[in-house]
Write a new protein. Structure first.
Lengths: 293, 287
């Protein structure tokens, strides 16, 4: 780089600060985690890490049932929560896509769950869903139904977490799909109406195919974020009862920051990253295709 | 009812059903916050009752709020102040770094690594789970003696929000027509001047949107703050989590603290609602 033209210098001066910052604080730590994942380092008792090769990975993949349990739970939670959010969001968006008075008002209201701190949401719902004294059970009993063991039953607790996630993120799907629906060209519907198509036929034949790309994109965005499940588990159930609602993030946090097994924690972190890389690559390739169109 | 564009008549029944569904969904959406507000004005012993009309059904009291601002005043004010400082400063850093980088990716051509590749590389950072970098961050901050110091949290939050900010700024600047800047540069303006005097002012709504989004994300963040800010650098989310004692939760405490933590980001979201959907979907949806 003997002589940078002034344009080149400006070019890199603009970009480099952000790039360097990310290299130092995003890429470098990930590489450091990778190196640590090949070590054994119980930071409470050992001063330095000890190289042990692929032992940590072998442990998690072949020996540790908890890893697989948490992975299955997290994956199931993502699948169910995102699907329900999608269906509900689509339903609501279809109902409201005609312009009517008050649309902006509702849009503002529906942003609220997403703007709340997730840990506050978690504790508030924990409070309301308390099996004995929570207001939800009180109301259910008030109308003659039985109280539900929201957080104390290993069978119900996973669905409790999903329910709160659905509360929090359905508006996201709704708003994104609403915008997508409203960007569809009216002419198609007009000509379909002329041909005598019913509402349902128009939905299935015109709307659905046209918004499917958007559905896939927002579902991927939501799924990637949902995999990081942490606050709801921490706040609502504390990963209970008996570890029934322990998410992958929570387990990683326990290993690394509570038990200080830094080598193990790094290994499972990387397994987690690899898992998300798959989803992330799919999402990014969709963005790439969109941009080149 | 499903016809999206007003083709065909809307029967009154359809309108009614739509409004009912909207109302039900709104109640469902707002109920937890409503309940937190009501509970925060009840006597601690009454936190679990199902009454909700003040004066008619229960006697409202400021006990929970007095507890937060008088009894535990130091911790409450410290958490509040830390949350404000961290969110304000980290979002400013994010905006500064992100605006320059986003503009450069939108306007300049990079030959060695293509613009698109750089942009997607940066975007991909957003998708990594925060837990994955907890251990190295901890080691770094421990070495820098920045544990339990708000500086470490500001640094981390900036890194956390920068990818999305660069991506959104790139999106905003790419949408701006180049004509004004090119005209100015023909007149002898430097790139820097063109950026600061022309592009930035026009992109002001986008700048505000990115700042607000980063502020909300930083304010709400939990994992990093409980690891790096357990005492002196405590934020509101940490304080809420800390109200979990051996006896269990004090609902009235949780209620008042949660309302305090919820109000700022919610107000910001409501005021800037138009930009948030675009931000949250990484530009996939432009309203």
């Amino acid at each position: 780089m003997a002589t940078l033209s002034s344009r080149d210098r400006v070019k890199w001066a603009f970009l480099l600060p952000a790039l360097v910052y990310l290299m130092l604080l995003a890429i470098f730590p990930l590489i450091w985690t990778l190196t640590l994942s090949f070590t054994r380092w119980n930071a409470n008792t050992m001063a330095r890490p000890q190289f042990i090769g692929l032992e940590n990975f072998r442990y998690f993949l072949f020996e540790d049932p908890r890893f697989w349990f948490d992975l299955r739970f997290t994956a199931m939670y993502v699948a169910v929560a995102v699907s329900v959010e999608l269906v509900l969001g689509l339903l609501l968006a279809s109902l409201l896509s005609q312009s009517f008075r008050g649309k902006n008002f509702f849009r503002v209201i529906f942003l609220i769950p997403m703007a709340c701190p997730p840990i506050a949401v978690a504790f508030l719902w924990r409070m309301m869903l308390h099996p004995d004294i929570g207001v939800i059970n009180s109301m259910l009993q008030g109308i003659g139904l039985r109280a539900v063991k929201w957080t104390t039953s290993a069978a119900v607790a996973p669905f409790t977490i999903m329910m709160v996630d659905i509360w929090e993120w359905t508006p996201f799907m709704f708003l994104a799909l609403l915008a997508a629906l409203q960007s569809l060209p009216t002419e198609l519907y007009q000509s379909a109406a002329v041909d005598g198509a019913t509402s349902w036929q128009m939905f299935r034949g015109i709307t659905l195919p046209l918004i499917t790309p958007m559905i896939i994109t927002v579902s991927l965005i939501r799924a990637i974020d949902a995999f990081k499940l942490f606050e709801l588990v921490f706040g609502i159930t504390g990963a209970g009862p008996g570890g029934a609602t322990e998410s992958l993030s929570y387990y990683v946090y326990l290993i690394g920051m509570k038990w200080f097994k830094l080598g193990r924690g790094s290994a499972i972190s990387w397994l987690f990253v690899i898992l998300l890389i798959g989803l992330a690559l799919i999402l990014i390739s969709r963005f790439r295709r969109e941009r080149t169109q | 009812m499903l016809d999206a564009h007003g083709i065909g008549k809307r029967r009154p029944v359809g309108v009614l059903i739509t409004w009912v569904i909207l109302l039900v969904f709104s109640v469902w959406t707002l109920f937890p916050i409503f309940w937190a507000a009501v509970t925060s004005f009840k006597q601690p012993g009454e936190s679990y009752t199902t009454t909700f009309i003040p004066y008619r059904q229960f006697k409202p009291t400021l006990h929970a709020w007095k507890d937060a601002f008088v009894t535990t005043r130091d911790r409450t004010l410290r958490s509040l102040l830390n949350s404000i400082i961290i969110a304000t400063l980290s979002s400013a850093a994010v905006l500064l770094l992100g605006a320059f980088a986003g503009y450069s990716l939108a306007r300049f051509i990079y030959r060695k690594w293509k613009n698109k590749d750089i942009a997607f590389f940066i975007l991909s950072q957003r998708m990594f789970p925060p837990v994955a970098v907890l251990i190295p961050y901890f080691l770094i901050m421990q070495n820098l003696r920045l544990l339990d110091n708000i500086t470490s949290i500001i640094i981390v939050h900036t890194a956390m929000n920068l990818p999305l900010a660069v991506w959104l700024m790139l999106d905003f600047f790419a949408d701006l027509p180049k004509d004004l800047e090119e005209a100015a540069m023909i007149d002898g303006c430097s790139h820097f001047r063109a950026f600061v005097s022309i592009a930035l002012p026009i992109a002001a709504p986008g700048l505000v949107a990115v700042y607000v989004l980063a502020f909300i994300l930083s304010w709400n963040e939990f994992i990093f703050v409980i690891v790096f800010g357990y005492s002196k650098a405590m934020t509101l989310p940490v304080m809420i989590a800390g109200s979990l004692s051996v006896r269990g939760l004090d609902f009235w405490k949780v209620a008042s603290l949660s309302i305090m933590a919820i109000i700022p980001p919610v107000i910001l979201a409501m005021v800037f609602s138009r930009y948030l959907v675009r931000g949250l979907t990484m530009g996939a949806v432009k309203e």
